[in-house]
Write a protein of this length. Structure first.
Length: 117
């Protein structure tokens, strides 16, 4: 159950949603120019679960400790769905292997331009 402090912080952002962009600026992250901020559903469940299957997963080890996870994807043509699926590959691999200090990266190998025509 969320604490009072947790809910209070969220209330601050709900009541003044531009605060999120302001905070990013303070952290030297410049958000894109925008006219307004909209609040959307925070439910991130997917009723149609997707299957995320990478081509190959490698881990670099140092003294049996994982120091880097590498997801290797071979892409021989443009696929509209991949830019949306690849971040899930990274997040899911990191969560599955519980890598608190082990970063995970995506390495896309292609022999052709994969940008849309």
């Amino acid at each position: 159950m969320p604490s009072y402090l947790h809910e209070l912080i969220l209330l601050l952002f709900r009541n003044r949603s531009e605060s999120a962009a302001d905070l990013l600026r303070k952290l030297n992250v410049e958000p894109p120019e925008h006219d307004e901020v909209s609040t959307e559903s925070s439910d991130l469940n997917d009723l149609r679960p997707a299957e995320y299957r990478a081509d190959l997963v490698l881990f670099l080890l140092r003294r049996t400790r994982k120091v880097l996870g590498i997801i290797v994807e071979v892409q021989l043509g443009y696929d509209d769905d991949k830019p949306y699926a690849w971040p899930a590959y990274i997040a899911n691999l990191r969560a599955r292997h519980r890598c608190p200090v082990c970063p995970v990266c995506l390495l896309v190998i292609t022999v052709l331009p994969i940008l849309p025509h």
